[in-house]
Design a protein around this ligand. Sequence first.
Ligand SMILES: Nc1ncnc2c1ncn2[C@@H]1O[C@H](COP(=O)(O)OP(=O)(O)OP(=O)(O)O)[C@@H](O)[C@H]1O
Ligand SMILES: [Mg+2]
Length: 417
Amino acid sequence: MNPMSIKDAINSEPRDSFSGSQPLSVISICLDDETSTVLQSFAESAPLIRLRSQFSEYWVRESDNTAEWLGDPQPDICIVDFDRDRRKAALAAENIHSGSPETAIFAVSTDAQPDLIIQAMRSGCSEYLLKPIGREQLLNAVARVGGRRKERTQQFRAQVLTFMGAKGGCGVTSVVTQLGTLLASSFSKRTLVVDLHPDFGDAALYLGVTRHRYHFFELVENTDRLDGELLQSFLARHSSGLELIPAPEGNETPRRILPGAVAQTFDFLRSRYDYILVDLPLGLSDENMEMIRHCEHLHMVTIAEVSALRNVARQFNYLTRKEIPPERFRVVLNRHQKRSLISDGEIEKTLGQKIYWKIPNQYAHVVKAINGGDSVAQLTSSELAKSLSELAVQLGAKSTAIEKRKDGMGFLGLLGR
Ligand SMILES: Nc1ncnc2c1ncn2[C@@H]1O[C@H](COP(=O)(O)OP(=O)(O)OP(=O)(O)O)[C@@H](O)[C@H]1O
Ligand SMILES: [Mg+2]
């Protein structure tokens, strides 16, 4: 083991930098003077860590609130010296581990006895650094924490956007599938459509995707063994790059879905996509409510008809009473016509809410896209494709479009302008 001198630390260049990311915040507990000085020098010389505080007691009294003294945000790394009082050090590590599980705990000690190392690891320490601390040792341990943090932040975190009809036939499946193919093809976004209908889902049909074996509810029943490989067997793929988890094709016997299982499944799916669009069946069933609670936004797809608008108003009322924040609701007015019997202003007044998006009434284009199992993305000059492309941008799918503009393709070109 190479002891790290202060000079070494000052002159050292970090071998593994988490370039572009914030330094890791570090606190220390009861470090002896020499280790403390080494740590300070390391922090000053290497941009990998920022030394936030150095405590001189173990904070293990019952009255000590771990979260409070750790500070907010909680540190990335806590270095605990085990030599002054091993029992208190282990207790402190346990408290930190349970109060702030994301904080990595390093034990430091002069004692290399295996049972002591095991005891420290059992208290929640992920590293055991022997004194005098070696430069390589410290650097590698910090790099491992940095690597894990990078992995966490680089994971996909999809926006989950749900779509529900004000009544049957308002266009939910058309909007979800066409928006999905656009996000996947024109914006190169990792996009998944989930058809949450308990039976007779249309999304697979509208996309012309026939080769699939399993449906969403079978996936939900298998959440306990859900991993990347299992997920692959549930995905159906459209030529645009869009992926789909279909609904059951026929009328199946009703399934008992455990509360929380739908949300748990989406938590897993979120880490793999940029966008997840959910085709919800009508009504406010337990599963729909779970989805609405779990998603970023609920898009209520309506048309300019009294009965549909009345349903939107009622459902928003109900959801507000169920403490769903109103800012999550979005009104999508489908089959929009400039000269409609009910004006946009009247709709907004009735619903007490702005119309979030208007999709033009273009029956021929929609039917063509559905019948061909194709995508409106190919009809770039249609008003429908323009509207859905602009909706994709509104939903945050800007980066690729801007990249495309840089490549000379031009976003306006994408919109057929
Ligand atoms: N923007 C549009 N312009 C014209 N016609 C449309 C538009 N959007 C959807 N349609 C038509 O409306 C009909 C119903 O569409 P869709 O099946 O997508 O509705 P839905 O809300 O999913 O219905 P369901 O309640 O049966 O699930 C289809 O014939 C479709 O072609
Ligand atoms: Mg539908």
